[in-house]
Design a protein around this ligand. Structure first.
Ligand SMILES: [Zn+2]
Ligand SMILES: [Zn+2]
Length: 260
């Protein structure tokens, strides 16, 4: 059984839990360690199962809790050397393990595949995690879907998929022009429409669950994001993640997969 949970998701902090009964990883640690642990306990997730923290890129909504979390749990932080160098020195983890995008990392029976993506960071990566044939992907902080993203996305049974903004809300909102341009650029974030298009074009027939993730507070609402995907609700389990609390734990059983 694989347990999957968005501990935090949004432009104010990101942390995604993926684990079995023996071991777990966090993808990103972008809220305080205290909050991360409190949210996990509320969902009956055992922090002592966490064996490693993986960092996608240096932005503080993905990294601000990593140093303290790794110290508290005595676990390494996996990141690229360029991400490490781009982090604020006070946030850098004390026990970094550098990985190379494209090279698989094993944490017990969890197999982690890091790959490069388009985002305005030093060396932005995303991860696909494989456990007994079950594929889970974290696809947030994407300006646009490159070949790597498409290739990993198409293999997944469960995806955290960025729906950062509604295009009308962004362009009609109060953000300064340069920030609107940055968010909407090829190296910014995915809109609800772009996420829908990525899913419609590239999901495999095995895809079961889509967690709409990394929503902006200013330029999106959970209802707006969900509405964009409403035509798929009979086919897929579509869930919107919360900016302020952990979501429900999704349990996936690899033995009941329609396709492996
Ligand atoms: Zn982010
Ligand atoms: Zn970012």
């Amino acid at each position: 059984m694989l347990n999957i949970c968005a501990i935090a998701s949004g432009s104010n902090g990101n942390c995604y839990y993926i684990g079995n009964s023996q071991e777990a990883i966090l993808v990103d640690s972008g809220i305080s360690a205290r909050q991360t642990i409190a949210r996990m306990l509320l969902k009956n997730l055992d922090p002592s199962l966490i064996k490693a923290i993986f960092i996608t890129h240096e932005h503080s909504d993905h990294t601000c809790g990593a140093r303290v979390m790794s110290k508290k749990l005595k676990v390494p932080v996996y990141l690229t050397s360029q991400t490490y160098m781009a982090m604020h020195p006070h946030s850098r983890p004390m026990s970094p393990r550098f990985f190379n995008p494209g090279i698989q990392i094993n944490i017990g029976s969890l197999h982690i595949f890091p790959f490069l993506k388009r985002h305005d960071a030093a060396e932005p990566c995303s991860f696909r995690i494989e456990y007994k044939g079950l594929q889970t992907g974290v696809f947030t902080d994407l300006g646009s879907a490159c070949e790597n993203v498409i290739q990993h996305f198409s293999q997944c049974h469960v995806v955290f998929l960025e729906t950062n903004y509604d295009e009308k809300m962004l362009w009609n909102g109060h953000y300064p022009w340069h920030l609107k341009k940055r968010i909407a650029s090829e190296y910014g974030h995915l809109s609800n429409d772009q996420a829908f298009e990525l899913l419609a074009r590239n999901s495999g027939s095995q895809l079961q669950t889509v967690l709409l993730s990394h929503l902006s507070a200013e330029n999106n609402t959970p209802d707006t994001a969900l509405k964009r995907f409403s035509e798929l609700v009979n086919k897929l389990n579509i869930i919107v993640t919360s900016r302020s609390q952990a979501g429900d734990v999704i349990q996936m059983n690899s033995e009941n997969l329609p396709y492996v």
